[in-house]
Design a protein around this ligand. Structure first.
Ligand code: HEC
Length: 361
């Protein structure tokens, strides 16, 4: 029976771990890993030992950079300390909070991080919480729906983001928009589709920064008659930057422009910055991130005003696995308030690569 073998394997691992923890160690991360984790994860991190022992759940291949660089180190530390269920994974990933000291635990996790040796992959630490308006620099595997509601207009956008290798990402966005032409007379339909490509140009875990360039092509599929389309194809090139600051504070910034192909429309420049604080709540350190964005835009026509908005918001991980998140906030005009009104914004985000929407709660 294989289940007896699992019990024996788990017990043996615990015994060695506890004995090792007793003797105040000066062991290296590798030594801790090899005595405590390798029985299941394999010396090379590929999970070979669990496969050989016929373990019912095969641990993930820790050498696979696409997997290993997705989430921040803190998530792995939580799983190692409290066991798989801390992120809605199997109990067969045991909790080591008792068997290992905090330092040993960190050393073991830093050892498994050496398994992905390819520096082309930006690390999960640089994957900051997503602001409502400012684009992220980190390439993602996510699906999200964003809602914007203001006086006389309602837009819901569906986006699919897909990573292509270590640095690149492709995104498709389809909006459904409704607008009130005259009081009480609403009309709606599919808005302008958008296709974007992003590439992380530079990143450094040590400096805590990531820098990307992207271009978005907006296609006039929406109806201008019904007020739900721009009526022109447009190109939106932009740069995005993320920076970790001390005390769990982060900054994300975006700078770009919109270039309509129809030259009757004006070019526009925009700049956006989001400051946030990443709080790890409770025992399982779930992410809560309050943020404030400052958003500026100006049509590149002489005499046209610069519009400034402030966007206070709160980003929350809903699922235990942290792969389903929401953000709610408001985009409040700072100037020209007579012509512009407050818009309420929200997104629901699903990092599909970490598991089905309904798993991981
Ligand atoms: C008794 C077997 C066993 C031992 C010992 C073990 N693991 Fe695991 N580990 C697993 C299994 C099984 C999974 C996969 C769980 C799942 O996907 O539901 C896993 C998953 C993980 C993950 C991935 C979590 C994620 O985000 O997907 C990490 C990180 C991890 N283990 C770290 C460690 C460390 C560090 C040690 C040693 C201190 C260790 N494990 C010891 C069985 C084990």
């Amino acid at each position: 029976m294989t289940s007896r073998r699992h019990v024996v394997l788990t017990m043996a691992v615990f015994l060695t771990a506890s004995l090792a923890a007793e003797a105040q160690t000066t062991r290296s991360g590798r030594e801790i890993y090899e005595s405590t984790c390798a029985a299941c994860h394999g010396t090379d991190g590929r999970g070979g030992s669990a496969i050989a022992a016929d373990y019912p759940i095969i641990p993930p291949d820790l050498t696979d950079c696409a997997f290993a660089t997705r989430e921040p180190t803190s998530d792995w530390e939580v799983v190692t300390r409290h066991g798989g269920p801390a992120r809605a994974f199997s109990r067969l990933m045991p909790a080591f909070g008792e068997a290992l000291s905090n330092e040993e635990l960190r050393l073991a996790v830093s050892h498994i991080q050496t398994f992905c040796a390819d520096p082309a992959w930006p690390r999960g630490e640089l994957n900051f919480p997503r602001p409502l308006v400012t684009a992220k620099a980190f390439p993602e595997n996510e699906a999200l729906t964003t809602v914007a509601a203001g006086s006389g207009a309602f837009t819901q956008k569906f986006s699919w983001e897909q990573r292509l290798g270590p640095r690149n990402m492709f995104e498709i966005t389809a909006p459904v928009a409704f607008s009130e032409r005259t009081p009480g007379d609403w009309t709606g339909g599919v808005g302008d589709l958008a296709f974007a490509f992003k590439r992380a140009l530079a990143h450094s875990s040590r400096r805590g920064s990531i820098f990307s360039a992207a271009a978005e092509l907006i296609v006039p599929t929406g109806s201008t008659e019904r007020g739900i389309g721009s009526g022109t194809t447009a190109l939106e090139p932009f740069l995005a930057y993320g920076q970790r600051l001390p005390a769990n504070i982060f900054l994300q910034a975006q700078f770009g422009g919109a270039i309509p192909f129809n030259r009757d429309h004006a070019d526009e420049a925009f700049w956006r910055a989001a400051f946030g604080y990443q709080h790890a709540a409770g025992r399982y350190r779930r992410t809560i991130a309050p943020m404030i964005e400052v958003v500026g835009a100006r049509e590149l026509v002489t005499g046209s005003p610069t519009h400034w908005d402030a966007v206070p918001q709160i980003h929350l991980a809903l699922s235990t696995r942290q792969h389903v998140r929401i953000n709610v906030g408001a985009r409040v005009p700072v100037n020209d308030r007579a012509e512009r009104s407050t818009q309420y914004l929200s997104y629901l985000l699903w990092e599909w690569v970490s598991g089905g929407f309904f798993t991981g709660w």
